[in-house]
Design a protein around this ligand. Structure first.
Ligand code: CP3
Length: 336
């Protein structure tokens, strides 16, 4: 069993797996080199050889316990017929959503469109050490809806008027999305991804009264699907604050990934029966070495007697220095 699955399933506190969200990304010069020659991000995600090569880049450089397949949560809306464009410094833009067209999808069409992702997973699994895990992932329904319906007014705020107007359409879309997300999980798992992470990056934007419909229940259904199929699953309901507790009680994933606004001591005391992951602010990596190490040690000490996966409270930022990351990984691996 790999260190990561041992921690997730056996809840063994003695192993201390480490990996990072966005570990294959723009902070690596070798990624930027490939990216520069491949301007179309979706096409790059659908190039199985390059996707696999990028997935393995951080593994070649660092002593990490897991690789995460190079793809994107927006490949699912793409697979379901929406156009997805990544505009520099603006983020992703999707073509207008149309429920009637969306309903015309079927599993075979979806599978064919996203087949290169599953091929990339097969290829990566072949070239990855047996002791290392390969992580597949999805975006949770709500987080995908935010992009599919263009719900954001700006970086931090939702357009609550659209949210109210489209309530019925959103409900129907979430239910359909769950079916395709479970299929996407199953196909990633069958191709060789042995752990799944569910990113609910915009969970923190949901009005309290809608948390159950938009966050807890959809995540619960997908986690239940994973459990029924014996697929280990990590949930990342970002910025839920104290509602992490409610999320944990209702959704019951194998592991909860913490964002950097969660106090780790609070998490340790309140999320008692869970394997936990991450938490440290990615911006700490811009500080001086002694400050970084102090923060790394803080997380490792708090979670010393718990099943804990070292990671950050969100993805690595593009300005991160890979040599600093190298030192952090050594620190984690040598921690006694
Ligand atoms: O290394 C890994 O973590 C695996 C690959 C991965 C990517 N995106 C590659 C990527 C994963 C797991 C994701 C998840 C993802 N994508 C999320 C959830 C995690 C989070 O960050 O909250 C979200 C919300 C998206 C949607 C998305 N994709 C956005 C908002 C952006 C643009 C902003 C940005 O960071 O550039 C992307 C593009 C994207 N996805 C990049 C990468 C490496 C950057 C693309 C580039 O090179 O320009």
């Amino acid at each position: 069993m790999s260190k990561l699955t041992n921690c997730l399933l056996k809840k063994d506190p003695s192993c201390r797996p480490v990996w990072f969200m966005r570990q294959a990304g723009r902070y690596l010069p070798e990624f930027r080199e490939i990216r520069q020659k491949n301007k179309d991000f979706i096409k790059l995600c659908l190039n199985s050889n390059l996707s696999s090569e990028i997935t393995l880049q951080p593994i070649q450089r660092f002593n990490l316990d897991a690789a995460i397949i190079f793809s994107d949560i927006l490949m699912v809306p793409y697979g379901l017929g929406q156009e997805v464009k990544f505009i520099k410094d603006e983020g992703p833009i999707l073509s207008p959503f149309n429920l009637e067209i969306f309903k015309k999808n079927n599993f075979d069409k979806f599978k064919d469109k996203l087949n290169p992702i599953y091929e990339a997973i097969k290829l990566t699994r072949k070239n990855l050490d047996k002791q290392k895990s390969l992580i597949g992932f999805i975006g949770a329904p709500w987080t995908l809806i935010v992009y599919m319906f263009g719900l954001k007014k700006n970086k931090e705020e939702l357009d609550l008027n659209i949210l109210k107007q489209k309530e019925e359409e959103i409900r129907e879309t979430i239910n359909l999305l769950i079916e395709y997300l479970c299929l996407h999980i199953e196909l990633q798992f069958k191709a060789g991804a042995e752990v799944i992470q569910i990113f609910d990056s915009w969970a923190g934007l949901i009005p309290e009264a809608k948390l159950s419909d938009y966050c807890f229940e959809p995540n619960k259904k997908i986690v239940q699907f994973c459990k029924n199929n014996k697929i280990p699953v990590i949930c990342f309901p970002r910025n839920l604050n104290k509602n992490y507790l409610k999320f944990a009680d209702i959704v019951k994933p194998d592991c909860l990934s913490l964002d950097y606004k969660i106090d780790p001591t609070w998490a340790k005391e309140n999320l008692k029966n869970y394997c936990l992951q991450g938490g440290m602010d990615p911006k700490i990596l811009f500080e001086k070495e002694d400050i970084i190490f102090k923060e790394v040690d803080k997380y490792l000490t708090i979670f010393k007697d718990r099943p804990y996966i070292f990671n950050l409270g969100h993805g690595l930022l593009p300005q991160t220095n890979p040599d600093v990351l190298q030192k952090v990984i050594e620190r984690v691996n040598n921690f006694k």
